[in-house]
Design a protein around this ligand. Sequence first.
Ligand SMILES: Nc1ncnc2c1ncn2[C@@H]1O[C@H](COP(=O)(O)OP(=O)(O)O)[C@@H](O)[C@H]1O
Ligand SMILES: [Mg+2]
Length: 299
Amino acid sequence: MTEIGEVGAERADEVLAVIHASFADRPALDPPATALDETSRSVADALTAGGGLLAVHDGEPVGTLLFADHGPLLGVRRVGVLPAARRHGVASLLAERAEAVARERGYRGLVLEARAELPRTVAFWEGHGYVQVGRDGPKLRMERLLPVTVTLPKPEDTQAAGRRLGALLRAGDLVILSGDLGAGKTTFTQGLGDGLGVRGPVTSPTFVIARVHPSLNDGPALVHVDAYRLGDAAELDDLDLDTDLDLAVTVVEWGSGLAESLAGDRLEIVLHRAADDVRTLRLTALGARWTDTDLSRLG
Ligand SMILES: Nc1ncnc2c1ncn2[C@@H]1O[C@H](COP(=O)(O)OP(=O)(O)O)[C@@H](O)[C@H]1O
Ligand SMILES: [Mg+2]
């Protein structure tokens, strides 16, 4: 049984021991990782400032990480699991708990640095929803923005959420909408067009695949795409959307699994209608474009 708990400076020696033991067998990197330079004092200072996590298995510390404040994001560093305890999901438990802590503390998301020379580490964080947002030599900056969930009791709520988002969008932004038929994708896009200030009416574009709504002021146009009948990403490519992408806001209904290749920075929105007709919206923001935008107030 592995338990993960938040710890402070009183556990600095245990945290330090796990950091040293888990980083000691890593391949030599250039520039070298500095984890082995940590001391009881430096770890205690870090724990006092931001706290950390300690994973304990059968009473023995086996994994750890340290937190640090990075403005809107919670920084995560020194993620280590003892060699003997690897491949048992301890790192995943740490990653999940870090996300819960970020949520509890009111952060917008999490940020960490991963080394490009360690592709399995990079893949691990990608598997937990982190995307690369920057690079400094071999050091990759990876972020995970926390998904935002909104309950939508009435059609007007779906429109209002779209309107609030539309007001935050600018040229180059890509929104991928998914959800079953009737979930509210077009309703949401109507609100979004309103918030953006484009000429309507926004309707279901099923028979035209893509429709352009010009701005009513000096803002970007809205390109509204219905990818329902597109077979694959190549057919989406044929629409040449990328030529307009930088100048417009692009919203793709049924875009999941197809439109991701259009832009690394994007919003993925899933509209869901449960059996009891309760409707929800779940928004996931990907990429540096969204780090400094508060998307938590769409409801
Ligand atoms: N939050 C909501 N509560 C109840 N009905 C909704 C809500 N949002 C949308 N609807 C209704 O659901 C129907 C289908 O919406 P639509 O936007 O066309 O779905 P989609 O584009 O996903 O197929 C419309 O009649 C719309 O008014
Ligand atoms: Mg529709």
